[in-house]
Design a protein around this ligand. Sequence first.
Ligand code: ZN
Length: 142
Amino acid sequence: MKKFLAEFKDFALKGNMFDMAIGVVIGGAFSKIITALVEGIITPLISLIIMAVTGQESAEALFGSIVVGPFPIGNLISVIIDFLITALVLFMIVKALNEANTLAHHNKTEEPEAPTTKECPFCKSEIHIDAKRCPHCTSELE
Ligand SMILES: [Zn+2]
């Protein structure tokens, strides 16, 4: 169980889970749009075409139906707006995370590594930073 938790933590922190969560949210919102599109436009359109073809409805009635009729466009619009808001919020979260990441990375690379060697002023050999005496020319260093 401990190993499982450690693996899960690793997985979550790597950002894979976050990418996946975004995919799930976007996918869910997008499938809502598809459903609304089908229910709001395609299904009524098909039924109108069938009615027109079978002569159950006149051309004028057909046109009227398309403009004002049974098309629940309102649902489609609200679903699209939901999707856009969801995408916008996700975009802002990802942007903020990316900036935090870049900043963290930037700070990491900016910070110079503490030197572990220095140059002997007498023989120009590379020696340990804390050396009091050069191992190459045996000169005493301050
Ligand atoms: Zn030296």
